[in-house]
Design a protein around this ligand. Structure first.
Ligand SMILES: Cc1cc2nc3c(=O)[nH]c(=O)nc-3n(C[C@H](O)[C@H](O)[C@H](O)COP(=O)(O)O)c2cc1C
Length: 395
């Protein structure tokens, strides 16, 4: 169906601003590239010797990260995000440079396994290995059964969620709320590790309260229980997403850990990634929100870690192509009706720093069918593409 862009002609006019002086994200990023790379300071701490480092093999100067039998290369992981890291997004991030991606959490309650939502979350058809599935719950035996069930449905790594602060999750004493009950944590870890032959990993916060950062104790317990790798989000549960992630606790845990440690929280640029790796000595990084609308961030970070140089900013045409491919996958995976609606938040993320994004979102959110949504997205990015030379001249 042909789509007219009535009401959004401002896209064209406003790109570059009424007098050509408005700076878009494109121009800002291009300016950034011509200036010296910014430095990211996290704290003053030198890299210390670390016994766990001996467990990481270096080949051609590259440090290799392994979870059980699976090599994670590059050592950049897409964080589990409920409502975001579905199969289409995981596949896209893996294609664009993530070494590994963890699924959205799946419920441990068997009554929920047969819902359409759970079935889609357990669908790993066509997903590149290793397939990581996160489970959430508070009952050790139910979690053990959930781990077995997911392994039967293709999970090659099982991750236990003790990091999520969402009310819905914590109300039932799971996610990061579990960190308050260390006895229960141990029971869960032992039950799940014993239940499956695949590697079991754990995701935690630094503690359940800023005055009770028991992450280091939980880390030791995890190691004793046979956990294969530990992800730490550098916030406590009571912080939710406020303030900034801190990396001292992660560095402290890494110093004595014998299992791979994955640092997480607020990693949103290649420079920050380099700084967090250096500061914590972590074996890998996990990235969540910064991948929303920017799934190629993994390739950007990987390139920077290897070469010390930044990749050029993606052109509007390239971003448009990635977005349209993503939309098509969402429509195919969820079906047209649900797919079009689920795609809206991704559209918002892809467009969030682009010129006239509000006008674009107002129009594209009215699209009711897949073709219309794709066509509107294509038209918007085509307009941005045509405007790019003017924007570069204005920069
Ligand atoms: C929308 C959203 C959903 C999330 N869902 C989960 C989840 O299901 N399981 C989990 O362990 N963490 C979950 N998280 C937390 C992320 O995995 C990650 O730890 C957090 O966002 C910090 O990383 P970041 O600063 O790179 O985003 C979620 C975060 C967001 C923003």
């Amino acid at each position: 169906m042909p789509v007219r862009l009535e009401g959004v002609t401002a896209w064209r006019g406003a790109v570059g601003g009424p007098n050509g002086r408005r700076r878009s994200r494109f121009t800002r990023s291009r300016q950034r590239r011509s200036s010296p790379p910014p430095t990211v300071e996290i704290g003053v701490r030198s890299r210390r010797g670390n016994p766990a480092r001996a467990r990481m093999r270096a080949v051609n100067g590259r440090i290799l990260m392994q979870i059980g039998p699976y090599r994670i290369e590059p050592r950049l992981i897409l964080a589990p995000m409920a409502g975001v890291t579905d199969k289409p997004f995981r596949r896209l991030c893996k294609r664009l440079g993530a070494g590994y991606a963890v699924s959205e959490m799946t419920a441990s309650n068997p009554q929920l396994w047969e819902t359409r939502k759970s079935r889609l979350r357990m669908d790993h058809d066509g997903e590149p290995a290793p397939i990581g599935v996160q489970i959430a719950g508070a009952d050790p035996q139910m979690l053990a059964a959930a781990a077995r069930h997911n392994v039967e449905h293709g999970a090659q790594i099982v991750d236990i969620n003790m990091g999520c602060p969402a009310k819905k999750v914590c109300r039932v004493w799971s996610g990061s709320a579990l960190l308050q009950d260390e006895v229960l944590v141990e029971q869960i870890l032992r039950a799940v590790v014993a239940a499956v032959k695949v590697p079991v990993t754990l995701k935690i916060r630094t503690g359940w309260h800023r005055d009770h950062r028991n992450g280091p104790r939980i880390a030791r317990m995890a190691e004793d229980c046979g956990i294969a790798a530990l992800t730490i989000h550098g916030r406590t549960r009571d912080m939710h997403y406020s303030g900034s992630a801190e990396y001292d606790t992660i560095a402290r845990i890494k110093q004595s850990a014998q299992i791979p440690i994955i640092a997480n929280g607020d990693i949103d640029t290649p420079e920050k990634a380099r700084a967090v790796l250096d500061y914590t000595g972590a074996d890998a990084l996990m990235i969540g929100r910064a991948a929303q609308g920017r799934p190629w961030i993994f390739a950007e970070i990987a390139h920077y870690l290897t070469t010390g140089e930044k990749l050029p900013e993606k052109s509007a045409a390239e971003v448009g192509r990635i977005l349209v491919g993503h939309l098509r996958e969402l429509h195919a995976f969820y079906g047209e009706h649900a797919g079009v609606r689920i795609a809206r938040k991704h559209l918002g993320w892809y467009a969030k720093d682009r010129p006239e994004n509000r006008a674009f979102m107002t129009v594209v959110n009215q699209a009711q069918c897949a073709n219309q949504q794709i066509e509107l997205a294509q038209q918007y990015f085509a307009q941005l593409e045509r405007a790019e030379p003017a924007m570069q001249r204005a920069a």
